[in-house]
Design a protein around this ligand. Structure first.
Ligand code: PLA
Length: 448
């Protein structure tokens, strides 16, 4: 249905008129009308033959965002969207953090202008975002040797740094298997070859730590490795702190470049202030890391596209050179980032009370997700499911990596109108006390 709608949207006005004309009942279609139809058919054929887009094939829908489109076109009353990782309250509605509402009012009252940002965005936002991730006592931050820019959320930061890597001689990047689906096209479009290292053991629904270490040891020296700071998407399995120490020492041994993606700070432990432990450990170990941060999920600012990219350098002077290169890539890409979302984050993180309120509100989102994990698992057990669902509550963050097969996911979608990604990832953020029973019954039905 999505494809059909998209096709109509793309149709030239004359072909829509043609469709309408040929759709009229034969009895009402007088000779004059038939003549119009003939002429329209002729002109649309000519137009199609001349169209510069004639060889544009229909692309498949995006594996994640495409689900939202399919969900929106579904009229089944009990339909459920557990595709995209966007938080919903217990009534299934998008949630705006009260502290975000509060600062938005303050921003409106200030009657600010809409001048361009600098290429690197709002400097005070970038400073606060970096403090939030690296911690206030981070030595490279205190020494002024971290280059940072505001980005078009996490996705934009990943793309910019992918391009920068590519222009400085990197030909490949190593990401976990599995990883967020969009990592592959982002880095490929930035000109990098995307390779994977082991991360997850499907047999026991756990982190494959041994496989991970073995594969990292096999990455050629000097290559870039992408690591998820916390609440790994899609598996919900993170290394423990001792395991991070081991990863850090192997990464150092192989002189790899660690590139951290931080999209869920606050959704792992529930405390946004301590969720960046992996990143902080790497920085303490002396790695010259790069980091991409997103405020989409933890501050619920999805559509505002607010994030940051930062790079730890050896010296202030080196950080300045790195910064200049980041700007060189941003300027021809989108010139400079939008202001509103950055103003919101800046106002929250520059005020202790507001930061506390944010941490608490983020923690309550994480708490609701956890309670839904427990209810989903319990309901599946109560229904008599013979499968082991213990991983649902072992996993953390926004997603349950359910273990459902592609075929089961397809039935879930077609028979039960429940939309999750084909790899069986369920966005727990879309599970509520009202739909959890329906979801559990449907999962039980497809997995019997
Ligand atoms: N990195 C990871 C690991 C992510 O999961 C996501 C978003 C991003 C970066 C980028 O988010 P941003 O650009 O909004 O900051 N992943 C979502 C949404 C939540 C998506 O696919 O775009 C997901 O459903 O996986």
């Amino acid at each position: 249905m999505t494809i059909r709608r998209a096709a109509v949207r793309l149709m030239a006005p004359e072909s829509i008129a043609l469709k309408t004309a040929v759709g009229l009942k034969r009895s009402r279609c007088q000779p004059a009308c038939q003549a119009i139809t003939r002429s329209l058919r002729h002109s649309s054929t000519t137009a199609a033959a001349q169209s510069p887009w004639a060889n544009f094939t229909q692309a498949p829908p995006d594996p994640i965002i495409g689900l939202t489109e399919a969900y929106q076109n579904d009229d089944f009353p009990q339909k459920v969207n557990v595709g995209v990782g966007a938080y919903r309250d217990d009534s299934g509605m998008p949630f705006v953090l009260p502290v975000v509402r509060q600062v938005e009012k303050e921003i409106t009252a200030e009657e600010l202008d809409h001048e361009y940002s600098g290429i690197a965005g709002c400097p005070s936002f970038v400073d606060l975002a970096m403090k939030f991730a690296y911690g206030e006592d981070c030595v490279p931050l205190l020494e002024g040797r971290i280059a940072g820019v505001q980005t078009l959320s996490g996705t934009g930061g990943l793309r910019v740094f992918g391009e920068v890597l590519n222009s400085f001689g990197h030909t490949e990047i190593h990401i976990p298997n599995p990883s967020w689906g969009n990592h592959v096209p982002i880095f490929r479009n930035a000109g990098l070859d995307v390779k994977t290292y082991s991360y997850y053991n499907k047999e026991n629904s756990s982190l494959d730590f041994e496989g991970m270490i073995a594969d990292i040891k096999n990455i050629p020296e000097g290559k870039c490795i992408l690591l998820h700071v916390c609440a790994h998407n899609p598996t919900g399995m993170d290394p423990q702190i001792d395991q991070w120490k081991e990863i850090s020492s192997v990464v150092k041994e192989k002189k790899l470049l660690p590139f951290f993606d931080c999209a869920y700070q606050g959704f792992a432990s529930g405390d946004a202030r301590i969720d960046a432990a992996s990143l902080r450990l790497f920085v303490e170990d002396g790695h010259k890391v790069a980091l991409v941060q997103s405020f989409s999920k933890n501050m619920g600012l999805y559509g505002q596209r607010v994030g940051a990219l930062s790079v730890v350098a050896d010296s202030q002077e080196e950080a300045q050179r790195v910064l200049s290169q980041l700007k060189v890539h941003i300027r021809p890409s989108y010139s400079n980032p939008p202001r509103h979302g950055a103003r919101i984050v800046q106002k929250i993180l520059s005020d202790e009370q507001k930061t506390d309120a944010f941490v608490e509100q983020c923690s309550s989102m994480a708490g609701r997700i956890n309670s839904m994990r427990a209810t989903l698992k319990q309901t599946l057990e109560d229904l008599g499911s013979s499968r082991d669902w213990s991983h649902i509550t072992k996993q953390i963050g926004m997603f349950a990596y359910s273990g459902l097969t592609k075929e089961e996911v397809t039935v879930l979608r077609e028979k039960h109108h429940i939309y999750c990604t084909l790899d069986g990832r369920i966005s727990m953020a879309g599970v509520t006390s009202k739909n959890v029973k329906y979801i559990a019954e449907a999962i039980h039905d497809v997995s019997k």
